[in-house]
Write a protein that binds this ligand. Structure first.
Ligand code: ASP
Ligand code: MG
Length: 449
């Protein structure tokens, strides 16, 4: 096997029978596609998270379970000879009901086992659909290959073990059949189910592509590739044909929702080219992400990420002026607070908190961390802010770039500007209400002239 493509299809791509059939055509259209990674059917993970959080009324719980049943059985209804898959999906739904009934005091471990059921069901159905459509497909339980630590809700992969299992179990299977497996989930060394965090299927696909030494990774979603910004915000946004790994990872990190931020890390390690396209309209083409792009424009794209938490720490005592930052970061590290952006002045430092965990929403500064920090400095926490990131090339070395950017934004209140640490991005915070206008204004100035 020379060429081996790993193709990942997201929730909307496998939302229903029609969507799944489009994915089947994409797979059939490329002989080298031997490993297929899929998400749960659209909306399913949200329903499962709701159940895992423990719904108080039995009625509500029943309604959620019924909805799950409807989503899956409406697809199965279109598939002949579905008895075995019906049984498999019913068994998983029983497991969901049992877990949901027990989820009074939700733990991350129970949540993982519960939310994993989405991918476990979608892969049963999709494998059957591929077989019905004439492909020789087999379902593989990814928990046998994608090994992780035991941090439930946001597990990290064990790369060595994953590579070993993928080479031993998965790659030989890919030589024989089209293998369908789950995104998002894995298992720890005791066999407990873990998840990589919301939206983690892209990351799963990239990890598996790395582990089986694939030659291409395709991420199929509901938009035809990466755009200069979200077209729902700025309708003039233009598609990007080719982009470098570094630009694309800045975009993913800064909230372009098209790729999970960690996705490109394994692809970059192995230099696996990544294609992003729409399974609903594959003829529209998409974006290739490669180590080097032929064209490196000064301004490439704009990303917006909301739900930001900004923490400002002001030293109480000038005596702390040296060693202050070290102490601050010691405390943050001790409480496992992951920092995203940072700006500093002589006596204060502002930072934003990294988005972690499956539940979403604005990240919180843990109380214990705040308490400890308060002994050292004044702590102010602000929310309701969005981060705007401008991605490009050599921005720090280009005369006039900053004037053009900030000149366009004279009307707006910008907070916490980060510029210069990376040649590929400039970012700042705005308040949520203005954030889309800021993106539109900047897009117009930098991309539509
Ligand atoms: N199904 C999971 C989620 O909705 C993972 C994914 O779709 O990437 O978060
Ligand atoms: Mg998804």
């Amino acid at each position: 096997m020379n060429a081996l493509t790993v193709a990942k299809f997201g929730g909307t791509s496998v939302a229903d029978y029609a969507a799944m059939s489009k994915c089947a055509s994409v797979i059939k259209g490329n002989e080298s596609t031997r490993l297929v990674v899929i998400s749960a059917c659209s909306g399913v993970t949200n329903l499962l998270v709701e159940l895992a959080n423990g719904v108080s009324s039995l009625e509500k719980q029943k309604a959620l379970l019924t909805r799950l049943q409807e989503i899956h059985f409406s697809i199965l209804a279109s598939l002949p000879e579905n008895e075995a898959v019906n049984t498999a999906v019913n068994d998983i739904l029983d497991t969901v009901a049992t877990f949901a009934a027990a989820a009074k005091a939700p733990s991350d471990k129970i949540t993982d086992s519960l939310v994993a059921c989405g991918e476990l069901m979608s892969t049963h159905i999709f494998t059957h659909l591929l077989n019905q459509q004439g492909l020789d497909a087999v379902r593989f339980d990814v928990r046998d290959a994608l090994k992780t630590d035991d941090v439930h809700g946001k597990a990290s992969p064990d790369l060595i073990e994953t590579a070993y299992q993928a080479q031993t179990l998965l790659r030989p299977l890919c030589e024989e059949k089209v293998v369908v497996t789950q995104g998002f989930i894995g298992s720890d060394n005791r066999g407990n189910t873990t998840t990589l965090g919301r939206g983690g299927s892209d990351y799963s696909a990239a990890l598996l592509a790395e582990a089986v030494q694939a030659t291409t990774l395709e991420i199929w979603t509901d938009v035809p590739g990466i755009y200069s910004t979200d077209p729902r915000i700025a309708p003039a946004a233009a598609p990007i044909d080719e982009i470098s790994f570094s630009e694309a990872s800045e975009m993913a990190n800064f909230g372009a929702k098209i790729l999970h931020p960690s996705t490109l890390v394994p692809a970059m390690r192995q230099e696996i080219p990544v294609f992003v396209g729409s399974s609903k309209a594959p003829e529209k083409g998409g974006t290739w992400i490669r180590r080097d792009a032929e064209h490196s424009p000064l301004f490439r794209a704009l990303a917006l990420r909301c739900n930001q938490t900004m923490v400002t720490l002001t030293s109480l005592n000038m005596f702390h002026a040296y060693g202050f930052l070290a102490e601050v970061f010691n405390i943050l590290a001790k409480h496992k607070v992951s920092v995203d952006l940072i700006t500093t002045s002589e006596v204060s430092v502002s930072l934003t908190l990294d988005q972690t965990n499956t539940s979403g929403g604005a990240p919180k500064l843990p109380e214990a961390a705040e308490l400890e920090l308060s002994k050292l400095c004044k702590v102010t926490v602000e929310q309701d802010m969005c981060l705007v990131a401008l991605i490009g090339n050599e921005m720090g070395e280009s005369r006039g770039a900053a004037a053009q950017i900030f000149g366009a934004l004279g009307e707006y209140n910008l907070r916490m500007i980060c510029y210069g640490a990376s040649n590929h991005n400039l970012c700042f915070l705005t308040n949520t209400a203005e954030s889309k206008d800021v993106v539109r204004t900047l897009h117009k100035e930098l991309f539509e002239k």
